[in-house]
Design a protein around this ligand. Structure first.
Ligand code: G4P
Length: 533
């Protein structure tokens, strides 16, 4: 059993928790790896559901189908499972790059990320983007190089590419023996073991042989001579040329250990999970105002990082996903909803145990619980036992695409407003109400979001909508003293709109508009992000 005490001062229930996300380029193997995690976590029945979701992502129409099938997408949004001494909380990140804002927010709820790269393709564009987001928060990253059962790149090449493209030290936790058809397993560099892959049974845990260094005579019986010679040479070179594992550097996000494997063959997955336990961080201190929140604090605090609405279209319910930041939560507790200062009895929280969605009788710092509600809980909201704390660092980004939106039936404008407000609160789109004229403008990061939005409004509210070209291309929040903002709005009416919180937004056509404001209106500033609260 592995030691769970990176921080022996934490209560054991907290120090054994590992809350993480998987980042990868589509097709690298995130879904397959998730499935195998759950398999080892003792939740085999879930594996099929995750697969269903992975495949659903592939095409646009299937994506809509997935959106219809909200049950699946929600139960897979956060999954908890036990392995060895650890409780893993895996938070799903949307696969499509058009949902990058959602991904960013998801990454505010985890303490580490597993980066999956395809052994033949190395670092791909989406991996790079997501990595940069992790870097902003210095998230520790553990790397899994997948598909080693296929023709892959040279091991040193892969490591070099990660080091160079992502500017992070890479240390091999395992070393592959052979590639492609010849791939037979890995040498576990951290535990001096051989892990041998069973190609015949994809769901079987690899055979593990404890050895005594690479000069151990037993190796001659286990590995063909040419592969053994290559392995010895490469490992010797790796030890000379590559940095040694430094757990502190991993925790600080400067170094990533890399495991090689094949998710589909369940190979290397167990070692990766051991690695997340041993080198991944326990629940971390949470940034908040006016003070930080430490996980070991006795009082419960948590924050909403995701809202999913209309999971059951018959009841307009929503589930707010809450990351517990501190304390020991028990079902039925009354928490304060800091934004409105109102008490909330949390009587039906759900825990997404991999096997099922269950009532959460308790939760500790690090856990993710779902709180069903009728719209009171929004992204960025903080829940505490009374103290006025506000978790920070959950931004909303300026949209990159804007379009006008109208109800197909003009008499349904009020209905449309209601639907749009709900999607804005869920974080699915930005919604702006122009100061002049009627109608709404919606803003998104990627084109696919428009399509999903239209399809959901039709499905969940029975409202066909149409989009109209907008003269504007981006938006900026206007900050400053209230009077200055009002005055600014008054003289720039054509550009002004209000977001769903009622904050003033300046709609822009060109960079020139933004430069003009900076020049002519020194009392206000324009920002491309806004803290959600
Ligand atoms: P994603 O969620 O990152 O998009 O990837 P996913 O797990 O869906 O995997 C993408 C494809 O790669 C799938 O093949 C999957 O079976 C395959 N794959 C995953 N891990 C490995 C591996 O270790 N070795 C090999 N050779 N293939 C792997 P597919 O043909 O798209 O789907 P399917 O028909 O296999 O389900």
């Amino acid at each position: 059993m592995l030691d769970t005490s990176n921080r022996p001062d934490l209560p054991p229930e907290i120090s054994r928790r590992r809350t993480f996300a998987i980042i990868s380029h589509p097709d690298a193997g995130k879904t397959t790896l998730t499935e195998k995690f759950l398999l080892y976590g003792g939740a085999i029945q879930m594996a099929g559901q995750v697969r269903a979701k992975g495949e659903a992502r592939r095409t646009r129409s299937d994506f809509m189908q997935m959106e219809k099938d909200r049950g699946i997408s929600v139960s897979a949004s956060a999954m908890s499972f036990d392995f060895n001494n650890f409780r893993f909380n895996l938070v799903d990140t949307p696969g499509h790059s058009d949902f990058s804002e959602d991904t960013y927010r998801t990454l505010t709820a985890v303490d580490a990320a597993v980066m999956v790269v395809d052994g033949a393709k190395g670092v791909e564009s989406q991996t790079q983007k997501l990595f940069e987001v992790c870097r902003l928060r210095d998230l520790p990253i553990l790397t899994f190089c997948n598909k080693m059962d296929r023709e892959s790149r040279d091991t040193f090449d892969i490591i070099d590419e990660i080091q160079e493209n992502l500017a992070i030290d890479v240390t091999p936790a395992s070393w592959p023996i052979g590639v492609g058809r010849e791939f037979m397993g890995c040498y576990d560099m951290l535990n001096d073991r051989l892990e041998l892959m069973d190609r015949a049974d994809r769901n079987v845990v690899a055979e593990s042989v404890q050895i005594d260094g690479l000069d151990d005579a037993r190796l001659d019986d286990l590995i063909p001579a040419d592969l053994l010679e290559k392995l010895r040479e490469e490992v010797e070179m790796a030890k000379e040329l590559l940095p040694q594992l430094d757990p502190q550097a991993v925790l600080e996000g400067h170094m990533t250990p890399i495991w090689f494997g094949s998710a589909i063959n369940s190979f290397g997955v167990k070692e990766l999970m051991d690695g997340i336990g041993a080198y991944g961080p326990e629940p971390q201190v949470q940034m908040a105002q006016p003070r930080k929140i430490a996980p070991e604090e006795k009082k419960v605090a948590g924050f909403v990082f995701k809202v999913q609405a209309n999971m059951d279209p018959k009841h307009r319910d929503r589930v707010a996903f809450v990351r517990m930041a501190s304390g020991h939560f028990k079902r039925g507790m009354k928490l304060t909803h800091v934004r409105t200062k109102k008490p909330m009895a949390i009587s039906n929280p759900v825990l997404f145990l991999a096997s099922d969605r269950e009532l959460a009788e308790e939760a500790w710092a690090g856990d993710i619980i779902g709180i069903p509600n009728h719209g009171q809980l929004r992204i960025g909201d903080t829940l505490t036992e009374g103290e006025a704390l506000r978790v920070t660092g959950i931004p909303s980004f300026a949209p990159e695409l804007l379009q006008g939106i109208r109800a197909g039936d003009p008499l349904k404008a009020k209905h449309l407003e209601k639907a749009l407000m709900q999607f804005a609160e869920e974080g699915a789109a930005k919604v702006f109400k122009p100061m002049i004229g009627s109608g709404f403008i919606v803003g998104v990061v990627g084109q696919l979001q428009f399509e999903v939005l239209a399809s959901r409004i039709e499905m969940e509210y029975g409202l066909p909508v149409r989009f109209e070209q907008s003269q504007f291309t981006s938006a900026r929040w206007v900050n400053g003293e209230r009077q200055a903002v009002e005055k600014f709005a008054d003289v720039n009416k054509q550009h002004i709109s209000y977001d769903h919180d009622g904050d003033v937004v300046f709609l822009t056509r060109l960079q020139w508009d933004i430069d003009r404001v900076a020049r002519d209106f020194p009392d206000v500033t324009l920002t491309a992000t806004k803290e959600m609260m």
